[in-house]
Design a binder for this molecule. Structure first.
Ligand SMILES: Cc1cc2nc3c(=O)[nH]c(=O)nc-3n(C[C@H](O)[C@H](O)[C@H](O)COP(=O)(O)OP(=O)(O)OC[C@H]3O[C@@H](n4cnc5c(N)ncnc54)[C@H](O)[C@@H]3O)c2cc1C
Ligand SMILES: NC(=O)C1=CN([C@@H]2O[C@H](COP(=O)(O)OP(=O)(O)OC[C@H]3O[C@@H](n4cnc5c(N)ncnc54)[C@H](OP(=O)(O)O)[C@@H]3O)[C@@H](O)[C@H]2O)C=CC1
Ligand SMILES: O=C(O)C(=O)Cc1c[nH]c2ccccc12
Length: 415
């Protein structure tokens, strides 16, 4: 952080806070050191632009390191998940494990000399319109002190999965067993022989059910509405790869019809298992509603064999049991909420129209959501996973680089 200019000033109005720190950053400020923030910083660095990454947790890629389960692997082939300027090692398998992915990100940060400032939670960021600079207030460090970082550019890289969605379920406070979100689930070890209710049937819920089976637990899955399950591969090729290729030539509805036909051949009729397909096709639904289709890695077979039970929407939870909307009641020892995540941008980014207050995503959809006004950018809100983050990162770095060059041209030259 040798490029950082620091000003320390006494706080006049608050006698208990000794100092307020204000740090002027010559380059962009990036909020979040997940894959999106790292990719943007690397692309900037490759153009000679230094940036400052602020991260609330104590490590890079905290979602991957701290909030995912042990058996997790990338579920898209690795070439769709690599960050710009550095491919995955060729020794990696097609679907790298979480540990391999984290190792790749660590090497990526080291290769580009990226050193985020950890334990800095951005609580507020706003544009000071008098000077056109971003004021970013963080809380963190050993003494939970406040710091203000100031820069011309602000890159939002806090992700689509910043906060857990905790649903309100009638009677859940009465349940006596453990209740946890999938972000705290590591493995089925502690659930051996237990009856576990998994609420939510996205990729997390489906994979947690499979993991529970592998530890001899007895999972039940709540499917409150409809879901698209696709095979991870078709005809020896990844479903995602086939989809992106076909989308170059055919409209999304045609590609969806093909995917659904192939899925039926590979997986059979999923409706019969309680997994009713939505009316709108899987890719169109992903694009329009952001709902990722489930890529099956073995869960369907366990549902078919009866190892995983499927229930409809929950009506209420009692001390040791749950009642479903079809009137069935079953006993459970634990509840796992696989209810997904949400963006946290509206909690801290103030006074800007770029992000929707309701869902915390850029108002403009992909591919136009990356750039806002007055030096504000968003990376990784494309609903296209790591692939989308890589695309955004490259555009942002180019844009900032051009602006910085223009600014330099505007400065008086000394000869
Ligand atoms: C279980 C799981 C598996 C996934 N698998 C895949 C996959 O195989 N392929 C794929 O393409 N995508 C996958 N995804 C999607 C996922 O969104 C991306 O993999 C990727 O993590 C997105 O990177 P990101 O940097 O945008 O967000 P994140 O990885 O969430 O990083 C955001 C960072 O911002 C920090 N942050 C948040 N708020 C603040 C704040 N106020 N102040 C400071 N720091 C803050 C967070 O601590 C975090 O470190 C998966 C997601 C999950 C949950
Ligand atoms: N191997 C991999 O690569 C993996 C990737 N992921 C990715 O991580 C991201 C997050 O996935 P995930 O954690 O599964 O979250 P998702 O948002 O994809 O899924 C959440 C699920 O919970 C359901 N739900 C929410 N609230 C309730 C409720 N009150 N009662 C019943 N059901 C409820 C939703 O239903 P509804 O649709 O009706 O709203 C939905 O089925 C996704 O992008 C996913 O693809 C996740 C796991 C593994
Ligand atoms: O894992 C995710 O959440 C992603 O966003 C990447 C992704 C997984 N499966 C998909 C199907 C269609 C588009 C993106 C994905």
């Amino acid at each position: 952080m040798e490029f950082v200019t620091e000003t320390l000033g006494k706080r006049v109005h608050d006698p208990y806070v000794e100092e307020s720190r204000c740090i002027l950053i010559p380059g962009p400020i990036i909020v979040g050191s997940g894959p999106s923030g790292l990719a943007t910083a690397a692309c900037l660095k490759s153009r000679g632009v230094s940036s400052l990454i602020l991260e609330r947790s104590s490590c890079i890629a905290s979602l991957w390191q701290l909030k995912t389960y042990d058996r997790l692997r990338l579920h898209l082939p690795k070439h769709f998940c690599e960050l710009p300027l550095m491919p995955f090692p060729s020794s990696y398998p097609t679907y790298p494990t979480k540990q391999q992915f984290v190792q790749y990100l660590e090497s990526y940060a080291e290769h580009f000399g990226l050193k985020p400032v950890f334990n800095q939670t951005v609580e507020e960021a706003k544009l000071d319109r008098r000077c056109g600079l971003w004021r970013v207030r963080t809380v963190g460090g050993k003494k939970e002190e406040e710091t203000e970082y100031v820069s011309r550019w602000l890159v939002v890289a806090t992700g689509e999965n910043a906060e857990e969605v905790m649903p309100e379920i009638d009677g859940i406070v009465d349940f006596v067993g453990p209740i946890l979100h999938t972000s705290s689930y590591k493995s089925g070890e502690m659930f051996r022989e237990k009856k576990v209710l998994v609420v939510g049937c996205g990729n997390s819920g489906m994979e947690v059910c499979l993991d529970l089976c592998n530890f001899n637990a007895h999972p039940s899955l709540v499917v409150r509405d409809s879901v698209h399950v696709l095979p991870q591969e078709m005809l020896g090729l990844s479903t995602f790869g086939i989809s992106t290729s076909l989308l170059k030539w055919f409209p999304v509805q045609v590609v969806d019809r093909f995917l659904l036909h192939m899925s039926r051949l590979v997986l059979g009729d999923t409706d019969q298992l309680g997994l009713v397909r939505p009316k709108i096709g899987p890719l169109e639904r992903k694009i329009k509603c952001g709902k990722t289709p489930v890529l099956d890695v073995g869960t369907l077979a366990k549902i078919r064999s009866g190892d995983i039970k499927v229930y409809p929407e929950l009506k209420r939870v009692m001390q040791h049991s749950a009642e479903f909307v079809d009137g069935r009641v079953d006993n459970f020892d634990a509840i796992i909420l696989a209810t997904g995540y949400k963006s946290n941008v509206p909690m801290w980014l103030k006074g800007m129209n770029m992000f929707c207050e309701k869902d915390g995503f850029p108002r403009k959809p992909f591919p136009n959501g990356w750039k806002g006004e007055s030096g504000l950018y968003a990376v990784g809100f494309t609903k296209l996973g790591l692939l989308g983050a890589a695309i955004d990162a490259k555009k942002i770095a180019e844009d900032i680089d051009v602006q910085q060059n223009l600014l330099a041209l505007g400065r008086p030259q000394h000869c």
